[in-house]
Design a protein around this ligand. Structure first.
Ligand code: ADP
Ligand code: ASP
Ligand code: MG
Length: 407
């Protein structure tokens, strides 16, 4: 069972989480729990790092931001004991949950479920601090990137061969789109791993992308559900599983959006072999992730325009790298935009249906929304548009594919 920030926002909420745990114990299950920091806590800690120094050391950042989860793990263990249960808290390094040394966004290298399993013999509930791990060689605490408690929970579930990993949050499941933006979004009963992976990578922040990857690889049955349900009478939530488990396949399952996009356009680049490499190799070497790419032939046919997107945080760095190489790449002008958003539609049904994206292009144009770039893959397509049209575009596509529920 994993409880996110709003589910452990204060001691009252932690008591409520404990009641969900007790229900599962009373039903005869063996339970391990992973907790996030109280909502807002991690942001506060990050803010303090930034206040301390603009060039803070990433390993100290991890030492600081990992502290939020330590508090909630201890508090949940206390209130579980008050309910007459046997419980103890675990910090990431005590498990240990081992990671690489990419401080701030470390990847899990291994996790030992032994101590948690040993506790089951005395009906002990392990309450594990999420989001954090240990880099073995340096002995330093690491964190798994924002939203990383989801990944801690799924990895622990895999390590102890749990039958299920329940992610308790502030919504009662995965929706056809972010319920904060689309009021007519509907809860999905079931979603495939692949769809969830796309939805999470394309902006649906309900689960950290890596948690879905780990669940998919280790075949951990994931359930997203609400801690705000009555602990005595919880609703089923959304099951994320294999394709075979999903009976009814829709063409489009969900609409996601990401504001974390910036656009760069190089005008009148010489149209000859090696140009794309000259542009994208230096960006790759600088670890800048390029997403959408479009190349168009200019009027004069000897030059071309190339547009692509990078994460907002990398915009300035990418621009500087290209400006430095203006002579060697040989382009006329470099333009950029940060007020853009990527809107995506996801569904495994797209594999067997044609014209799904074309329908969207028409619907968006009828609303006067200009598409700056497009990408497609087997089970999704994305369009880059002006950020001002985010809500309109998301709601338009949501209706277009018949996803609207009752208002
Ligand atoms: P937690 O603190 O429990 O980890 P998060 O804030 O990380 O919770 O994730 C839950 C939030 O994800 C919801 O409140 C919702 O606004 C947002 N969200 C975005 N897209 C979706 C979606 N498709 N389905 C459900 N929730 C979504
Ligand atoms: N507390 C961490 C964060 O806010 C990890 C998590 O909540 O999953 O990013
Ligand atoms: Mg989260």
């Amino acid at each position: 069972m994993k409880f996110g920030g709003t589910s452990v926002a204060n001691v009252d909420r932690i008591r409520n989480a404990a009641r969900h745990v007790k229900r599962e114990i009373d039903a005869g299950h063996e339970v391990a729990v992973v907790v996030s920091a109280m909502s807002g806590k991690t942001n506060e800690l990050v803010g303090w790092c930034e206040e301390a120094s603009a060039t803070y050391d990433n390993s100290e950042y991890d030492a600081i931001v990992a502290s939020g989860e330590l508090v909630t793990a201890g508090l949940l263990a206390i209130v579980l004991k008050d309910l007459g249960l046997n419980a103890r808290s675990w910090q990431g390094w005590q498990i240990p949950l081992l990671t690489d040394d990419a401080h701030g966004s470390a990847r899990i290298a291994g996790i030992d479920g032994g101590k948690v399993i040993d506790g089951f013999a005395s009906r002990q509930i392990a309450v594990v601090a999420g989001f954090q791990g240990l880099h073995a060689r340096t002995g330093r605490v690491t964190t798994l990137g924002r939203g990383g408690s989801d990944t801690s929970a799924v990895a622990l579930a895999a390590a102890i061969q749990a039958d299920r990993c329940d992610i308790y949050t502030d919504v009662d499941g995965v929706y056809t789109s972010d319920p904060r933006i689309v009021h007519r979004a509907r809860r999905l009963d079931r979603v495939t791993f692949e769809e969830m992976l796309e939805m999470a990578s394309l902006g649906a922040k309900v689960l950290q992308v890596r948690s879905v990857e780990v669940a998919m690889v280790h075949k951990v049955k994931l359930v997203v559900r609400s801690s705000f349900d009555d602990p005595a009478d919880p609703k089923p939530g959304t099951l994320i599983g294999d394709e075979e488990d999903i009976l009814e396949q829709q063409v489009v399952t969900g609409i996601a959006f990401s504001r974390d996009e910036a656009q760069l356009t190089l005008r009148r680049v010489a149209d000859k072999p090696g140009v794309a490499a000259a542009i994208f190799m230096p960006l790759a070497e600088a670890n800048i992730n390029v997403d959408m790419i479009i190349q168009v032939v200019s009027d004069d046919t000897t030059t071309t325009d190339i547009t692509f997107t990078v994460p907002t945080a990398e915009y300035a760095r990418a621009k500087a790298i290209l400006e430095e190489r203006r002579a060697s790449i040989n382009y006329a002008t470099l333009q950029g935009a940060q007020d853009v958003v990527k809107v995506s539609a996801i569904g495994i049904g797209m594999r067997s249906h044609s014209g799904v994206a074309a329908k969207a292009f028409k619907a968006l144009s009828e609303k006067g929304i200009n598409i700056r770039a497009i990408t497609t893959s087997e089970i999704k397509f994305s369009v880059l548009i002006d950020e001002a049209y985010t809500e309109l575009a998301v709601r338009t596509l949501h209706s277009l594919y018949g996803l609207d529920g009752a208002a």
